[in-house]
Design a binder for this molecule. Sequence first.
Ligand code: SAH
Length: 356
Amino acid sequence: MSKKSSLDSLGFNPAEKLINGHTLTKVEFVELLKESENPEIRTILTEEAVRLRKVYYGDKVYTRGLIEFTNYCKNNCYYCGIRCGNKNAGRYRMSQEEILDCCENGYGLGFRTFVLQGGEDPFYTDERMARIIRKIKETYPDCALTLSIGEKSYDSFRLFKEAGADRYLLRHETADEAHYRKLHPENMSLSNRKRCLYDLKSLGYQVGAGFMVGSPGQGKEELAEDLLFLSELQPQMVGIGPFIPHHDTRFAEEEAGSVDLTLFLLSVIRILLPRALLPATTALGTIDPEGREKGLLAGANVVMPNLSPVKNRKQYDLYDNKICTGEEAAECRGCLARRVESVGYRLVNERGDACE
Ligand code: SAH
């Protein structure tokens, strides 16, 4: 049976609309999400997602060296283990030299993208950040540099761009106003988060949005808002991973997000944004030992092994039981390379920009 007739025979068309590149309404996204456990629809969407990732990226998987350089944070996002309100979190921050040592180690291992991620730590003033960015880009001109350091002003984003930053990851977390309020304190706002993403785009960054799957209070309506927002923003990267409770948060007793729903959404997002850079995340590998492999088979094309010094890894404690916190960078990369190959793909030593 052709794809089209098998969808017709189910009397269902949001999946077909999605595959044919049409814009879906919120109601249609909700209908699509209601089919997330329908094996036939899942197969059709997964096959299409894999077909598209192969059209644009072949069998390549890009790798990013993640440097978690500070776990100090001035924000208090209710789900996050390193929120400022968590007095049990042991805090650390890395010096410029330590960050550069991570890059040197990573460069030798074949990484050509570095991601500087951290809490929103005021110790790293704009000037200090710009110095670090310039130094990394001067030392490794053939590498891309990604920042993931939270919400800033337009002028700060501009300064970082001028200093040489190429990409910026800022998950929107949820595009639903009421849901956003359930996850964040009063002094934070969805409108500012979105403003940041549009500013970053207008400054010429490759931009990454994204959200947790199964965060408390998230249902199909909220997820439909996330998908609508992604279609509107058209980011070059989308980071999604399951929500995982952290013991020192108000959500400690909540259930973790589902692996299968995350995989379904990875396929939907691949079809929605065929050229996107989509990581198979550490959170996915944490709730399922084969999670990252499954992510690649659902349409993901990026992995982000950890380059942070082993002594700091356990302290970048966003959620419970995070994997890869005891290994050296070389081990992490080696392990991921094998995992990538086990599902028929190939880890490459390239910058891995989004294709135009
Ligand atoms: N301060 C930066 C980096 C945040 S940490 C910023 O604001 O963008 C990176 C991501 O980890 C977050 O965007 C969030 O989606 C995810 N995260 C935080 N707590 C989590 C949890 N309990 N379960 C799963 N993912 C979580």
